[in-house]
Design a protein. Structure first.
Length: 406
């Protein structure tokens, strides 16, 4: 695997739960989520190593050559990893089976216009928005921003692949802006930091964190969605670099969103792992699709809490060439790595809060980092510290829920 965050560990845990195997993870240097683990074999590249594509490719090839006689399944966990796999697919497929769908359909899923057409056909909205090219002059910026209603969100339109390698004061994963002047300030900030790609200016859809749902699943090489799960975000992460990620997810089946997801992936022709973010607009109940990612989501372990394991679907399809009967996760549960003590502070819908607390009394909260088969003192201490840090960051960056989630 490529990556070193919670999502990486969740996938390694999923493989171990299903097959009892150890996963190799390519990363720069030791990182808390994957450190001190008996189910992960780290391949360290050194500080900044994952920014060197040739170094990453060469390390992957050497690792495969050092372990002959095996099927090497390469699974990306972040957008930049997906892009690297697509750019070097022919070279990598000489040694690896790739855990990502065909290149043309993956790129189609990233095309906002094409995604909007497919979503509209199944009755799902997409945010109104335009692309703003950073190298353009500021007069052009103003014209483009004027096409989007305020307030709006500004974020890198390439999924953050190039943007992810830039670090500068004021950097955020997404920027909420209330005025056109604020929007221009954001564009100047990223231009002056050296970004020369495009930004997406999108309408801001209202609703607090609980208005957001996630859909994760797998579509086999025959086009059948063999596994799918839905979850409702209870608390999101609000640190500048993590906006859009979930901290606590209520795993509950939503057949309407499952049907939407099936129609969207079929319309795109997308196969392989996928994750979607959908927000239900509290003003009119419309379902607004923000993106379709051709990989497992960072918080994708909620699927396992719901009773399914997407890695089993992946292996059955691309390794075993075996077709599975479609299944939908139907076990209710709660997955989280932010301490649940703040649920009462952030879940304003008291009926929803009572429902969630009843589930917690029955099943507890599943933290992907706390795996009984991979438990030791250092991992337990890291999970506790990480949870405390997440709680502190949440209270600092988002002290009370708002009607926009920002």
């Amino acid at each position: 695997m490529l990556g070193a965050d919670l999502g990486t560990y969740s996938i390694a845990r999923s493989f171990h739960e299903a097959y009892g195997v150890t996963s190799s993870v390519v990363l720069n240097q030791p990182r808390g989520p994957v450190d001190n683990s008996s189910i992960i074999e780290p391949v360290y590249l050194g500080k900044g190593g994952t920014l060197d594509t040739e170094l990453v490719l060469g390390s992957l090839e050497r690792h495969a050559d050092d372990h002959p006689g095996r099927t090497h399944l390469l699974v990306p966990t972040m957008d930049q990893d997906v892009d690297m796999l697509l750019a070097h697919r022919e070279r990598l497929e000489q040694r690896f089976t790739l855990g990502v769908g065909p290149s043309d359909t993956v790129r189609e899923a990233s095309d906002k216009a094409g995604l909007a057409r497919v979503a509209d056909a199944v009755g799902v909205s997409t945010p109104r928005g335009v692309e703003v090219t950073i190298p353009d002059d500021e007069a052009t910026w103003r014209e483009r921003l004027a096409e989007v209603p305020l307030p709006m969100i500004l974020k890198p339109s390439d999924g953050g692949t190039t943007y992810a390698n830039l670090f500068f004061p004021g950097r955020k994963k997404a920027y909420p802006v209330a005025t056109a002047a604020e929007g221009l300030d954001v564009l100047r900030l990223v231009r002056d930091a050296g970004f020369d790609g495009s930004f997406l200016a999108q309408e801001l859809v209202p609703g607090d964190d609980t208005a957001t749902w996630v859909v994760n699943g797998y579509v086999d090489s025959h086009g059948t969605m063999t596994m799918a799960a839905t979850g409702r975000v209870l608390i999101g992460l609000h640190q500048p670099g993590f906006i859009g990620n979930a901290g606590i997810i209520y795993v509950t089946r939503n057949d309407e969103l499952i049907a939407d997801a099936r129609g969207i992936v079929e319309g795109l022709g997308l196969t392989g792992l996928f994750s979607m973010d959908v927000k239900v607009d509290p003003r009119d109940g419309r379902r607004v699709l923000f993106d379709v990612n051709p990989r497992a989501g960072r918080g994708g372990y909620y699927v396992n809490v719901g009773g399914l394991n997407l890695m089993e679907a992946l292996v059955a399809d691309v390794v075993e060439d075996r077709r599975l009967e479609p299944r939908v996760a139907d076990r209710t549960g709660v997955m989280g790595f932010v301490p649940r003590v703040v649920l009462g502070r952030y879940v304003r819908d008291r009926a929803l809060l009572r429902e969630v607390r009843a589930v917690i009394r029955r099943r507890g909260v599943v933290n992907p980092l706390l795996y009984r088969a991979d438990s030791n003192v250092r991992r337990r201490l890291y999970a506790a510290q990480a949870g405390a840090n997440q709680l502190k960051a949440l209270l600092q960056t988002y002290p009370r829920p708002t009607d926009t989630g920002f």
